[in-house]
Design a protein around this ligand. Sequence first.
Ligand code: C5P
Length: 225
Amino acid sequence: MNRNPVYLALDLPRLDAAEALARKVSGHIGGIKLGLEFFCAHGHHGVHELHKLGLPIFLDLKLHDIPNTVAAAMQAIHVLEPAIVTIHAAGGRAMMEDAKAAAGENCKVVAVTVLTSLDDDDLTAIGVSADPHAQALRLAELAHSAGLDGIVCSGHEVGAVHKQWKDGFFVVPGLRPAEGKTGDQKRIVTPRQARDNGASVLVIGRPISRAEDPLAAARSIEATL
Ligand code: C5P
């Protein structure tokens, strides 16, 4: 049986609440994603606490600095045995190569290309003339050639990216179950669609963490996969 690809994004400020939620749904997820906010607030201690659940840990730290510093940071988190760590592709080839070399054999190093919070004007303002889509493709290619395991991409892009990078490891956030509230979003991608399109990891936060019944939500997502 395939491992459950759902990583629960624990974007909760309190460690006890994060732990309780993860414990509740732990039988119906494949791993736990801890972001920069969690890591800055709870550090190694927080990660150790969540490790007790026995699930793989994804440290979404989006590292971006000079190669030497990023490699040293990778070594410093090595003791936490993360299954996945994110870095910024915009840090350049040498930074990505050194980060990958410093990660353990069992750690996937995955690149963030262009943050979805940035639009055309934001890129122009920082001197990037390409549009966000073209820039993301360019950085994905750079990440591939630098020897990274894969990239973070949207459910809309993952099919195309997978065709270009057959053995890539693709982390897909921003998913919404079909029966969930979509608000005014018309182009939602469901966990199942993302998986069918080649996603390796499905990052899911609020559809589980803010559900009235998180356990039922996690179970029903699992049942669609
Ligand atoms: O929206 P949801 O709560 O499911 O988001 C889960 C995680 O995915 C969050 O940690 C969020 O920061 C991340 N995310 C992302 N890029 C997006 C959308 C969400 O990294 N475009």
